[in-house]
Design a protein. Sequence first.
Length: 221
Amino acid sequence: MLKRQLSILIVITMITTSCINSARLEVQTPSTPISKIVEFATLTSLSIPKKNSKDKEIEPNFKDKKLAYIYKYRKSLHVCEEDRFIPDYAERDSEVYQVNSRKYIVEFGCSSGAYASSKEFLLYSIKDYGIEIKPLTVLKRTDEDGMNLNSQPIWVHRKMVSGLLNFNPNTLDLRISTVRPSGGYIAEYRFDGDEFKLLKYSIVPDVSTQKKGVEPNIVYP
């Protein structure tokens, strides 16, 4: 009789323990966000591609070896240092003009904006001892008014030119215009004696304030 009662008690205890464990599982099952978050984070981290720190700038495919040479040694030649450099623009809008059998004018694109482009002109010369590359600077005013604190015009030589640029390979003339509704300047140069010489420089006033028929102010010659 005692053995039978003991057996019944063991069975009841097992049933009770099983029910409690089942209840605990039922309570925990809908509230297991930690495991789900860990699983999601793991999948997400695996799906995000890592940036390759060794990725390099895709080199432009220049149509002229002289352009490719200048691009390769751009930093040592100090080309396009005054503005951000856009390789795609350099490939698309750079030109080489032959002056004679040993000299070339290189128009090298640096960057392009909505209203103007920035370029540098270089003289590429073939010498007996090798290749010589030097910048072709242009003479310009430091600002559109062309005056400093002493009311005197300031002229400087600049490597980089910006604005609407037009180089004529037949006459070797370069025209630069920065004229916008707020004004600007127009400069004309001619390649002569291995440099760009200033032919004419005009200051254009603000078109919103100038009267009809007002001409640009020619400050040179």
